[in-house]
Structures are given as C-alpha cells and as structure tokens.
Design a protein around this ligand. Structure first.
Ligand SMILES: [Zn+2]
Ligand SMILES: [Zn+2]
Length: 219
C-alpha cells in the first residue's frame, strides 16, 4: 500500500516485520540508533556526551550500551569507557555536600528519571501510539496488522484501548484475542512436544516462548 505521510510509511515498514510488538520495536530501534550514532563518533559528539553526563543512565540503558559495545566493533569498549569515566566523575562530585541534596531530590521527584535514553524511548512511544491510533482507523493498515505475526504487547494494547472508539475497540479486542490465542496454542504445543511419549519434531512453536516474553505486560 502507498503511504501518505512519513509516519504512515514507518508504520507500514514496522508492520512488515515479524513476531514483536510494533511500538516496543519502534522504541528499541530509536534507542539503539541513538546509541549507535552517538558512540561510533562519541569523541567528536559533545552534544551526546553532555546529555549522558547531565542525565546519567538507568540500569536498563547502561546494560544496553554495554551489550551493544560487546556485539559491535564500531562502538567498542573505548568510547564507552571514556563516557562512563566522565559520567562517574560528574556523579562523584554530586556526592558532596549541597550538590548531594539537589541530586537525590531530583532523582526522587521524577518517575522517568533523567536518563536521556529513557526520554528517547518515551518520546518514540508517544509518537507511535498517536500514529497507530490514527492509522488503525484505516482498513488497509488493520488488514496488514491482522495478517502479520506482530502482536501489540499487553501494555501497548491497554494504551490503544484507552483511545480507540467503540467499533475500533471491538475490532482490536477480536484481533488481539485471536493473536494471543494462537500464541497460547503454540506455547501449549511446545510444552506437549517435551512429553516423553511425543515423537513429533518441534516446529515453529519453538519460538513461542520468546514471542510471549515480548507480549507479557506488568499488572
Ligand atoms: Zn509494546
Ligand atoms: Zn533509561
């Protein structure tokens, strides 16, 4: 299908992917792209260094940076070492006297914290939630979602239910029930394949637990 806006074409591309929540995928991709762009040229990227120094990092995103540096020689451990050293120096200073009070107050007051990568994830999430909210009214986008192996995770399903109109909500409930029902059947099948009496080989159901890990939300 032909897209009429940049966001619509991005959404169409995401719907062509497989086995993930489209919004979680967009969030991770935005964060990974920022990490890649910033860390492959970090020594010349003062803006990125300032953002990391000023905001610090949540545990999840410092682990993601470390993981990407291990996997990707374009990033490597040197750039990460340089910025981690700068951040730690800055934060060591904040443990002293007056600076300490401001530092701990700021950390307590904000739910999202100051991690720059959390902000990128949050902005991307808002942009795509609005995008999907608008485009799920389109028959062709709905059909693309129905026919794909993507499943909106529980958290993003809840966010979409809050904004969709009555008939769209009914469609969304039906399609989510169908997709999650198929996933549950695959989980059941995979469990059954491990029975000692089973002689059937394991097929596509072997990835069901990995897909489920991306769909389960927090209650
Ligand atoms: Zn999601
Ligand atoms: Zn973060």
């Amino acid at each position: 299908m032909k897209a009429s806006t940049v966001l619509e074409s991005e959404i169409i591309e995401i719907l062509k992917l497989q086995d993930s929540c489209p919004i979680c995928y967009a969030k991770s991709k935005a964060v990974d792209s920022w990490i890649y762009g910033a860390f492959t040229n970090l020594l010349h990227n003062e803006d990125a260094r300032t953002k990391l120094r000023e905001g610090g990092l949540c545990r999840y995103h410092s682990a993601r940076i470390t993981e990407m540096a291990r996997e990707n020689s374009d990033i490597g451990s040197l750039a990460v070492t340089v910025i981690f050293k700068e951040m730690l120096l800055e934060q060591k200073r904040m443990l002293k006297g007056d600076a300490r009070k401001g530092f701990f107050r700021r950390n307590r007051e904000s739910n999202i914290g100051n991690c720059h990568l959390c902000r990128i994830a949050s902005d991307t999430e808002t942009r795509y939630l609005k995008g999907f909210y608008g485009f799920l009214y389109s028959e062709s986008i709905r059909r693309m979602y129905e026919e794909s192996t993507n499943v909106f995770c529980i958290d993003h399903s809840e966010s979409l239910f809050k904004v969709l109109g009555t008939s769209e909500s009914q469609w969304f409930e039906d399609v989510q029930n169908k997709k999650i029902g198929l996933l549950l059947s695959d989980l059941e099948l995979y469990i059954g394949r491990h029975d000692y009496r089973n002689s059937e080989p394991i097929g596509e159901e072997k990835k069901a637990w990995l897909i489920a890990s991306k769909i389960i939300g927090q209650l």
